[in-house]
Write a protein that binds this ligand. Sequence first.
Ligand code: PEP
Ligand code: MN
Length: 378
Amino acid sequence: MSLSLAKELNPLNTEPQAESRRLSTPNPKKNPPSKEHEMIVVMEQGASDAQIQHVAQLIRELGLTDHIIKGTERTVIAAIGDDRAKNKENLETVPGVEKVMPVLAPYKMASREVKKERSVVPLGGTLGASAGGKKVCLIAGPCSVESRPQLLNCAQAVKAAGATALRGGAFKPRTSPYAFQGMGEEGLKILAEARDLTGLAVVTEIMAVDQIDLVCKYADVLQVGARNMQNYNLLWAVGDTRKTVLLKRGLSATLEEFMLAAEYIMSKGNPNVILCERGIRTFETYCRNTLPLAIVPEVHRISHLPIVIDPSQGTGHAHLVPDMCKAAIAAGADGLIIEAHDDPEHALTDGAQSITPKTLKEMMVTLRKIATAVDREI
Ligand code: PEP
Ligand code: MN
């Protein structure tokens, strides 16, 4: 084999034995060793703040970006960037450092390799809403904000049913340019009023980078919709904020692409990401999308981030929503985001997949039992 071909096949020039050792991870084909050799520095239990800051400083001196991740037991510091020429092993001798390890997954900050315990991500509002803890979060509300009375009524009804967060789009990504595009800032103001009235956290979609300041002014959680999962400028922009981001899976995105989209946000220093499965496009036609619930345990295996399920976009039919909520909680989902409308027949968007607050309240009885069975609460 020529030297250049050998280099192409093995650009890092790693010895075959070391390569096969690294490849003996659970999913070798999906997680090839990164060319950039990102690593994590695992600090000893009880390492002091000064020691942590010192290691972060050394990482920056190596020309890498440091991300400090504080766990309940110990702190790890991810060092991201191209470090091929750097001697990272030196860090192992620094006081307070337990070990230095490569991160094999292509996503780093989102990976379980970097943080073993599940992240609990705050949603906002005054009801203590969060995703990723023992309590399964319930985010409910209409697809779109349509009017002040509609939204305020709906907010009160979903709160009475047990929701701690309110959804409602003010900027709507519509397939047709002639369809209702949302109320814009007026809709955001109504959402904020609903939060003041009820304490519910407000979750609403952001569609473009130039909407950041406006949406951040009113919302607690920025929803990045399925169509924007690969809008990398938008991912970076929401990563620059410190608002919680509800990141929806793209219509045809693989799980790895989904995780890398989360990585875009987290690599900017925003750790507050909630993943949302909302169904993918398949050949199937009986439902609007196909809702792959196996993603829930798989995300928990590979990541510390919470994952919530959207059975409304996920099925497209209100009659399928309650059973998919049950299945999602049984599978270990950290939350549900559900479209609820008190007059679905007249809804301006997604009426067919919207349940009524009455149905929401009724199904909560069963959801509570299922949550208890899997050692959760709702
Ligand atoms: C929605 O939540 O109403 C929506 C448009 O979602 P998605 O981006 O998942 O299609
Ligand atoms: Mn919708």
